[in-house]
Design a protein around this ligand. Structure first.
Ligand code: NDP
Length: 305
């Protein structure tokens, strides 16, 4: 293994500590506690775990955490009513609607119902437009976390060739926008890209966000490149034995074949412990920024882009 391992877990812990300092300062100077509200509809097990972690880390940073759990049968009108109520609640500075929503609900409608200034996930159409046009915006947390790790490693990214694998609205597209804003030369690859291996091999910075376990092999990576693995995939790991129900135990892997990739890359994020922890840390930072803006106070420069 020759690559430097990018320790997202440690970076995220430092960021959360900075957030906690700012929260304490806002409480002392303005008597205001930044508040984050999460709306969770239905029983999706991965979402339940994620929301539990968010809640714990929000409280740990000294912030207020509001949770609205709604049944899987929630109607569109009921969901929009809850979002509207949170939009008007002065104790709530950030709102996120946990995705995926049950199939009968329109996620675009729900997200665009969030007041843009409280849209800490950065998915509202006006924040997407602001990011695309270089105006200050709430930025989606996972790509923001990737950018912070890249800046920490490289400083100035300008002129670097960046390839983003995946073009989803929550990761791939905003990642590409952020890299473009950082003056990288950006290529976005997806399931229709021809010779994706050769395209990937051009990258100084390769971001993998495809949701395909270990798809990116060593041969896809330019020697010395920085590899950011956004993927979180649970695969069977029969070598770890079986669960009480007889099914194989599982383990998490990224979209990159980590062990072989680390032989070629200059730096790489592990899974777990790379990009994953950055997402919630960025969400907390975004909520503090939203709180500052709601008070007419300039947000701390190290918590904004
Ligand atoms: P989506 O399924 O929404 O998008 C996947 C993208 O990958 C699509 O653009 C798709 O292309 C592309 N793709 C799929 N298969 C291939 C292939 N064989 N070759 C090339 N491109 C392909 O996923 P997300 O963006 O939501 O998530 C991506 C990964 O990141 C997942 O593993 C997810 O779990 C993880 N994730 C991690 C987060 C974190 O906190 N660390 C947060 C969010 C996601 P096309 O558009 O052509 O279909």
């Amino acid at each position: 293994m020759s690559a430097k391992i990018i320790d997202g877990k440690a970076f995220a812990a430092k960021l959360r500590a900075r957030v906690a300092e700012e929260v304490a300062a806002l409480k002392a100077s303005k008597a205001v506690t930044p508040g984050l509200a999460v709306v969770l509809v239905g029983e999706d097990p991965a979402s339940q775990v994620y929301v539990r972690n968010k809640n714990a880390q929000t409280l740990e940073a000294g912030m207020a955490s509001f949770e609205r759990r709604m049944s899987a049968e929630t109607t569109e009108a009921e969901l929009l009513a809850v979002i509207n109520e949170l939009n008007h609640d002065p104790a709530v500075h950030g709102i996120l609607v946990q995705l995926p929503l049950p199939k009968h609900l329109d996620s675009d409608l729900a997200i665009n119902a969030i007041a843009p200034e409280k849209d800490v996930d950065g998915f509202h159409i006006s924040n997407v437009g602001r990011l695309a046009t270089g105006q200050s915006a709430a930025v989606p947390c996972t790509p923001l976390g990737c950018l912070l790790l890249l800046r920490d490693l490289h400083g100035d990214l300008s002129g670097m060739d960046a390839v983003v694998l995946g073009r989803s609205n929550i990761v791939g597209k905003p990642m590409a926008q952020l890299l473009l804003s950082s003056s990288c030369t950006v290529t976005v690859a997806h399931s229709r890209t021809r010779d994706i291996e050769a395209v990937s091999r051009r990258a100084d910075i390769l971001v993998a966000a495809v949701g395909r376990p270990e798809m990116v092999k060593a041969s896809w990576i330019k020697p010395g490149a920085t590899v950011i693995d956004v993927g979180i995939n649970r695969i069977d790991a029969p070598e770890r034995g079986t669960k009480p129900d007889g099914s194989p135990k599982t383990r998490l892997v990224g979209d990159v074949a980590y062990a072989e990739a680390a032989e070629v890359a200059g730096a790489i994020t592990p899974v777990p412990g790379g990009v994953g922890p950055m997402t919630i840390a960025c969400l907390l930072a975004g909520t503090v920024v939203a709180c500052c803006r709601s008070l007419g106070v300039a947000p701390p420069s190290d918590l904004t882009l």
